[in-house]
Design a protein around this ligand. Sequence first.
Ligand code: DX5
Ligand code: ZN
Length: 221
Amino acid sequence: MTVVIAPSILAADFARLADAAAALESAADWLHVDVMDNHFVPNLTFGLPVVQSLLAATSIPLDCHLMIEDPDRWAPAYAEAGAAGVTFHAEAARAPVRLACEIRAAGATAGLALRPATPVDQYADLLPELDLVLVMTVEPGFGGQTFLDAMLPKIRRTRDLVRGRDLRLRVQVDGGVSESTIASCAEAGADSFVAGSAVFGAEDPAAAVEGLRRIAEAAQR
Ligand code: DX5
Ligand code: ZN
């Protein structure tokens, strides 16, 4: 699978989101949008109206990561609005297969996100219904946290499950991904990389994206 780098606008200036997107227009594959509701995670960011404005402001495909309760109710609207990908949390979804199906029917790819304590194996039979599995490499809620090395076996396990079933799912990692951690993720089998502080904390965000891409491509399993 080709490497996908998805800068997370959680680390951008919320008053200048269009500028943040514009700076990455020719560098980022996807723009990662962390929707948080103050209930599923102890942080509050933005929701559908901001996503709709971003869709009008950038041509970078939006990768919406919903850290919200009741995604069964709220997630399909992000796909209907035009998000390229909609990822919901396994721990929050009541009917993940039905929800993935609704997201796909609305024209987006469907992703299943796993908190660090959630094993992937119990979702193995759902993989054919999905386009992406997001292995969280920090506890969701905040940017700038330290990468959890303990998640590497889960990345590897997810890639093995995908390969074993001959599927073409993406394996995404999110949290603490930087120039010093991205190689081990790629080696373990990740092909899609979310990076917040490593991109927006850099002097030249577009150059940071290219730097991460080079390291991931060289290390890919
Ligand atoms: C955390 C979010 C991440 C966050 C990553 O809950 O899901 O997407 O932006 O930020 P960094 O890359 O700074 O760890
Ligand atoms: Zn995220």
